[in-house]
Write a protein that binds this ligand. Structure first.
Ligand code: FAD
Length: 467
């Protein structure tokens, strides 16, 4: 029987990063993955393929809507080769997952293909078509991730009533896609198909889209996506989804309790994700799973069984790849006797629509609720030379700072390259910078990042230069 210092179950961004860091720290490591490709949700059916389609559809939209403004004329019609677009996405995924094979090899991590399940606290059975193999592991890291969630009355047929996984491999562009859920995944994929010509209706239960982000961001993104042709139905509670042949009817009640129906050829159900532990046999090791289906962990990401840890989407907290990665590193370093730490307040959240939406720290609504005395500085993207040059004038940077100490408490951006811009905010907040610290740093001109400096100036003493 093979024996390991660490066995990692699941090869998503949590699992493979944990495995690499364990190997770097000298531990004999195995990673168990039930699929033939490594990389988990993120690389196979999440972050990477969705960004590939967002980029392809963005290029198309630029060509049909904005090239002309730049004096670029295309003789004849611009056409979509949807199959090629989907094939390109598949090849991006393939290159990326192969990169993980390379990294496993480089770090001498044993890759075991099959479903991992506990036999007891220190033994794991790996089941595949070739039969069962049992390994012994001094420590185990559970990184089994999540799967799309649904509503109890919705039967996902995965053809017309679909999740994000199917939406990434459609064979045709929908005529009318009804998206249930105005969160990150629904908006990103909704925007992809809107750009490609579909009618897109987003039906959201809460009174605004991206409800966990700053209200100003929800408002701005709604405004911009409406301009792009997406229809929004907030405060609508979906009560039924029915398919008849190639038609799907979605029934909802609005806030006045009036029944509304939407008919489309596809319905994308994007109502969140559920932690995934099916087949893991946690009970055999005595690992506790809570009522939400998450594996219970303490602040060291240790389960109630002391040699078993859990990370990523299968535990509490934001379901984000970079959060899973940080947790993977934390557990590896803890096992090596170090004392790592994660500041969950500084895990940024991003929506990769265009304009992008990015956020870190507290929202204005949270600060109000926590009764924190704060000040706010906001700067519009349209006032930047860089934005005018590219034509990306939607959005803003908003900085929230402590009224007394000027410490930055939250940064919320809507705009071109917001996903990259937020890194400056994370760095500043990690070092507990004040708004004035950011305001006094030189930002290259012309860049979108100048909006961060200007918003910091606005937050410091309401003294932006360019507005
Ligand atoms: P996962 O990536 O889910 O990996 C878990 C792995 O464990 C899977 O490969 C699974 O097959 C394997 N597994 C499960 N059980 C077993 C078992 N018993 N034996 C063996 N193997 C097992 N996050 C971002 O940060 N940025 C984004 O842009 C982004 N975009 C997304 C877009 C979409 C459409 C979706 C669906 C998600 C997106 N996410 C994004 C979320 C991100 O994908 C997840 O947060 C991330 O993948 C979680 O990583 P993980 O390692 O916890 O689990």
């Amino acid at each position: 029987m093979s024996t390991y210092d660490v066995a990692v179950i699941g090869s998503g961004p949590g699992g493979y990063v944990a495995a690499i860091r364990c190997a770097q720290l000298g531990m004999k490591t195995a990673i168990i993955e039930k699929y033939n490709t490594l990389g988990g949700t993120c690389l196979n059916v999440g972050c990477i393929p969705s960004k590939a389609l967002l980029d392809s559809s963005h290029h198309y939209e630029e060509a049909i809507k904005h090239f002309e403004d730049h004096g670029i004329e295309i003789p004849g019609d611009v056409k979509i080769n949807f199959k090629k677009m989907i094939d390109r996405k598949a090849s991006v995924v393939e290159q990326t997952t192969k990169g993980i094979d390379f990294l496993m090899n480089k770090n001498k991590i044993d890759v075991l293909t099959g479903v991992g399940s506990f036999k007891d606290e220190t033994h794991i059975v790996v089941s595949s078509e070739d039969g069962d193999k049992t390994i012994e592991a001094k420590n185990t890291i559970i990184a089994t991730g999540s799967k799309p969630a649904t509503l109890p009355f919705i039967e996902l047929d995965k053809e017309r009533i679909i999740t994000s996984t199917e939406a990434l491999t459609l064979k045709e562009i929908p005529k009318h896609m009804v998206v249930i859920g105005g969160g990150v995944i629904g908006l990103e994929l909704g925007q992809v198909y809107r750009r490609l010509g579909a009618e897109v209706s987003v039906v959201e239960y809460m009174d605004r889209i991206i409800p966990t982000m700053d209200k100003a961001q929800s408002k701005e993104l709604t405004k911009v996506m409406k301009k792009q042709g997406v229809k929004f139905y907030v405060s609508h509670k979906v009560s039924a989804v029915e398919r008849k042949k190639d038609e799907v009817t979605i029934t909802a009640t609005d806030k006045k309790d009036k029944e509304v129906t939407f008919t489309g050829d596809y319905c994308l159900v994007s109502v969140g994700r559920r932690p995934f532990t099916d087949g893991l046999k946690t009970d055999k090791a005595g690992v506790k799973v809570n009522e939400k289906g998450q594996i219970e962990v303490n602040e060291h990401l240790q389960t109630n069984v002391k040699n078993i840890y859990a990370i990523g989407d299968v535990v509490r907290g934001a379901m984000l790849a970079h959060k899973a990665e940080e947790e993977g590193v934390l557990v590896a370093e803890t096992l090596a006797g170090q004392k790592p730490h994660i500041d969950y307040n500084l895990i940024p959240g991003v929506v990769y629509t265009w304009p992008e939406v990015a956020s870190v720290g507290k929202t204005e609504e949270q600060l109000k609720e926590d009764k924190v005395d704060y000040k706010s500085g906001q700067f519009p993207m349209r006032a930047l030379g860089r934005s005018r040059a590219s034509g990306d004038t939607d959005g803003f940077v908003k900085i929230l700072a402590d009224k007394e100490t000027d410490e930055v408490l939250g940064v919320h951006i809507v705009g071109a390259r917001a996903a990259d811009l937020i890194a400056e905010a994370v760095t500043a907040m990690e070092f507990r910078a004040s708004a004035e610290d950011i305001a006094r740093m030189s930002h290259a001109h012309p860049t979108y990042a100048e909006a961060v400096k200007e918003a910091a100036l606005a937050a410091t003493e309401n003294r932006p230069i360019h507005s």
